[in-house]
Design a binder for this molecule. Structure first.
Ligand code: MG
Length: 161
């Protein structure tokens, strides 16, 4: 089988005084995501999509939030480590699609930077990374700005030499 699809989702609470990291980029905002790591929901969802595509478990198995080694860790390192697992299995990325759900701030202007950071870690073109954003029209925990969610889908292809 040469193609594998993967899907990932991640949720974090938002709290005053935390840094807001998304797609490996620090976004100015009065609230940030709470978590054991830097709580980058988009990179966490992407890690889960990559792991899921190859049936390698999930981010919680590989990087437990009870392990002091991962306290405050930059999620770009988690993505790098996850990517190394994919490469070791002999797969490359065809494309990534993702959506971040949050009420504020608007993240469209940071999308190019996020794609650039992610493309750099994964060694792929920015053209193969899509980052979309939506609010939930003021409904639910996202609408009340209590939390945020990210969804990611990835298509992998076996590398043939
Ligand atoms: Mg997470």
């Amino acid at each position: 089988m040469s193609y594998r699809i993967g899907f990932g989702v991640d949720f974090h609470q938002l709290a005053e005084g935390r840094e807001l990291w998304l797609g490996g980029v620090l976004i100015p905002h009065h609230k940030g995501a709470l978590g054991h790591s830097d709580a980058d929901v988009l990179l966490h969802a992407l890690c889960d999509a990559l792991l899921g595509a190859l049936n390698l478990g999930d981010i919680g198995i590989h990087f437990p939030n009870t392990d002091p080694a991962y306290k405050g860790i930059d999620s770009k390192i988690l993505l790098q480590k996850t990517w190394e697992l994919v490469v070791a299995k002999g797969y490359g990325i065809v494309n990534i699609d993702s959506t971040v759900c949050l009420e504020a701030p608007k993240i469209k202007k940071y999308s190019a930077d996020m794609r650039s950071v992610m493309a750099g870690i994964l060694g792929i073109s920015e053209d193969d990374i899509s980052i979309k954003a939506t609010t939930t029209e003021q409904m639910g925990f996202v609408g009340r700005e209590e939390g945020l969610v990210a969804y990611a889908t990835v298509l992998l292809k076996a590398i043939s030499y």
